[in-house]
Design a binder for this molecule. Structure first.
Ligand code: GLA
Ligand code: ZN
Length: 679
């Protein structure tokens, strides 16, 4: 097994975060104190320059980088490495004044005024040029600095621009996509409906709020275009860095399942995946374990984009955030737990927003390692320092990865298509929630599950769950069929295979594109239940699942019926089926049921695949990372009470104690065990 450490120079895991020394250039005493405190907290990296453009270039062409060089030097001398950002995430005032086209136009067709951040036009040739110029200067000046380990491209890309330049580019994108043949587009978008035929590509406008919003193809292609154009902007930012510093890896920070960008299209352009994690800890709507499990799901989304190497936790809040509806403090112990969860999920870094609180402006009350008091004598600082110590002891884990034999299929195109679809229950589509709910059941069973795309290679997996796979893009059906024929167990649900990649309904029966044959069923109708409606599904052994929201009425072809509805006009008709094909099995669950009830069926599938379920006390999360130098088990107790995990053997990396049999975990505590026989 190969070990792929992300940052060999550091010899282990990164610990650090966003650092904004440009806010303190007139306070050398504070900058000096920062270095001392960083060492005290076990920090070995900082991310700088994310919003520094107006300091780098206070007037056009007037560059000032000496301050950064001094700081990078000083940090490096103290064993602290630099993640350096490109500053495109926020523009200086002079830039917008000189080049208004850099400012975005909203979906109402109104140009933004200067201000805020994360709001530049992705097409503007001037903005691309200005970004290229500053990125080039940065790379030339700092590319060979021994402290530089990574480029952080912009910050949390997102949003849309409806300016004339973007509208034109959208037309060009469509012309290329549809081979410059407007009739191809008319067909794909079914524009003859409501007389919406186009004669040429230049008649097509983005879906302005006061414009065309009823052409499903237009709405979807606009989202795809926004991803494409943002990726193109990002590629242009990367190109100049790669030209000058081919050996410095690049990343950009993602935001959980952010709806506006298909991250999987951006991922191939990046050397490493990173993301910003801000769970609503201790909220009043869900148990703590659920919040943590949701965060674990997001880690898995990120990890699965590049399975062969670790990912990065780029940002997390050391104490609290300032932008949630209620900015609750993280309770003692939760910081370490959340940091270890990242590492357990495959991250080689624990990084924060932010090192030191700003004195003024929008984020002055956002949590930081160092608060306005400026000392190490705070609870938050002590908890961060504890994480620093822990990460030192976990150094051997760096470069190892999490390997999963199960996967859930989640797809942005499918998500956008479900959102745009006119039908079902307006408030109960819940695609993301459904995927996450099922994923959490595997987490509870201690079984690793990747989150992958339907058109990805599935050969690493034995069990694949495909919830609500409404859109089947070309090749997806063939991919799923090959998976089952090759011995995989596939489980699909209601709403599978209704439309193709252009959102045209499959003719000849759902699920389309040959999947009706794979599952041995045809879905004839789908019933949307009112929130108070219930139905039930009964299995042969008497077991029952409760049905909510959706129930499909199936015509069974040649599948085995495992369970049937108990009520309504489809009482007695098939609700869960299974068909064997080749060496594998294709399950179909025709109605929405609680994931916890489906767990029983998942267990059967896992057993058959020979995947062992880890017996865990409720509220305990489990992961395994492995590589050429060892295999490590991670146990996280999300309960405030102590628990005992059975059958644990090996040295605990943190305490050094050897566990033989029972692992006792205090409330909110963790353990990392090196498995024996893996030296
Ligand atoms: C985002 C941004 C940061 C900061 C944090 C605050 O993740 O990238 O610059 O604003 O949120 O939580
Ligand atoms: Zn634009």
């Amino acid at each position: 097994m190969e070990k792929k450490m992300l940052f060999p120079k550091t010899g282990g895991l990164l610990h650090g975060g966003d650092y904004n020394p440009e806010q303190w250039l007139d306070r050398p005493d504070i900058l000096e104190e920062d270095v001392r405190l960083m060492k005290k907290a076990g920090v070995n990296s900082v991310s700088m320059g994310i919003f520094s453009w107006s300091v780098y270039e206070p007037a056009e062409g007037d560059y000032h980088f000496d301050w950064l060089e001094r700081i990078m030097d000083r940090l490096y001398e103290n064993g602290i490495y630099t993640v350096l950002a490109t500053p495109s995430g926020a523009r200086p005032a002079w830039l917008d004044a000189a080049y208004p086209e850099a400012m975005r136009v909203s979906s109402r067709g109104v140009r933004d005024r200067h201000g805020n951040r994360h709001n530049h036009c992705m097409t503007s040739p001037v903005y691309r040029r200005k970004t290229e110029q500053i990125n080039r200067r940065l790379a030339e000046r700092f590319g060979s600095h021994p402290g530089l380990i990574l480029w952080h491209i912009s910050n949390e890309y997102g949003g849309e621009c409806y300016c004339p330049l973007c509208a034109k580019r959208f037309q060009q994108y469509l012309a290329d996509k549809f081979d410059h043949d407007i009739e191809k587009l008319n067909k794909a978008w079914w524009t003859v409906f409501w007389s919406h035929r186009y004669n040429s590509f230049d008649q097509i406008e983005p879906p302005y709020e006061n414009g065309e919003r009823s052409v499903m193809g237009l709405n979807l292609e606009w989202k795809r275009f926004t991803t494409w154009n943002t990726t193109d902007f990002m590629k242009a930012e990367i190109a100049v860095l790669k030209e000058i510093t081919p050996d410095i890896p690049v990343t950009t920070n993602f935001m959980t399942l952010y709806d506006g960008l298909d991250y999987r299209r951006m991922a191939p352009e990046l050397d490493v995946i990173s993301w910003d994690s801000y769970p609503s800890f201790h909220n009043d709507g869900e148990p703590f374990f659920e919040t943590m499990a949701e965060n674990a799901f997001h880690h898995s989304v990120m990890r699965s984009m590049k399975k062969d190497k670790p990912f990065m936790l780029m940002e997390s809040a050391p104490g609290l955030v300032n932008w949630q509806a209620f900015n609750k403090l993280k309770r003692p112990g939760v910081h370490k737990l959340a940091c270890l969860q990242a590492v357990a999920s495959g991250s080689d870094t624990v990084q924060y927003f932010q090192w030191r609180k700003s004195r003024g402006s929008a984020e002055q009350f956002h949590g930081a390692v160092v608060d306005h008091r400026g000392t190490e004598d705070t609870r938050v600082f002590r908890e961060v320092a504890q994480v620093g110590e822990m990460l030192q002891k976990l150094r051997p884990v760096a470069g190892t990865t999490v390997k999963a034999r199960t996967a859930i299929l989640f797809d942005w195109d499918n998500r956008w298509a479900i959102q745009g679809m006119q039908g079902l229950g307006r408030e109960t589509k819940r695609y993301e929630e459904t995927c996450m709910g099922i994923w959490k059941e595997f987490l509870k069973m201690g079984v690793e599950m990747d989150v992958t795309a339907p058109d990805q290679d599935l050969s690493d997996y034995d069990v694949v769950i495909a919830p609500m796979l409404y859109m089947l893009k070309s090749e997806t059906a063939a991919n799923l069929r090959a998976f089952v024929e090759g011995g995989g167990q596939l489980l699909a649900t209601y709403l599978t295979g209704y439309v193709d990649q252009d959102q045209l309904c499959f003719l000849g029966g759902f699920p389309g594109d040959g999947l009706a044959e794979l599952f041995g069923v045809i879905s004839e109708e789908i019933d949307t239940l009112y929130p108070s409606d219930r139905n039930h599904i009964r299995f042969e052994d008497g077991r029952e699942w409760e049905v909510r929201d959706y129930a499909e009425v199936l015509q069974v072809q040649d599948a085995r019926v495992l369970a049937s509805y108990t009520e309504d006009f489809y009482q007695g008709m098939a609700a869960v089926t299974c068909k064997e094909t080749g060496k594998g099995k294709a399950y179909y669950v025709a109605a929405r049921t609680a994931p916890g009830q489906m767990a029983w069926l998942f267990e059967q599938m896992l057993k058959e695949a020979g995947i062992s379920i880890r017996q865990l006390p409720a509220g305990v999360e489990y992961h395994v990372r492995s590589g050429e130098e060892g295999t490590y088990e991670f146990y996280l107790n999300h309960n405030t009470h102590p628990v005992k995990v059975e059958n644990v053997q090996g040295p605990d990396l943190e305490s050094g104690a050897v566990v033989q049999g029972d692992l006792e975990l205090a409330g909110l505590c963790t353990a990392v065990i090196r498995l024996q026989g893996t030296d």
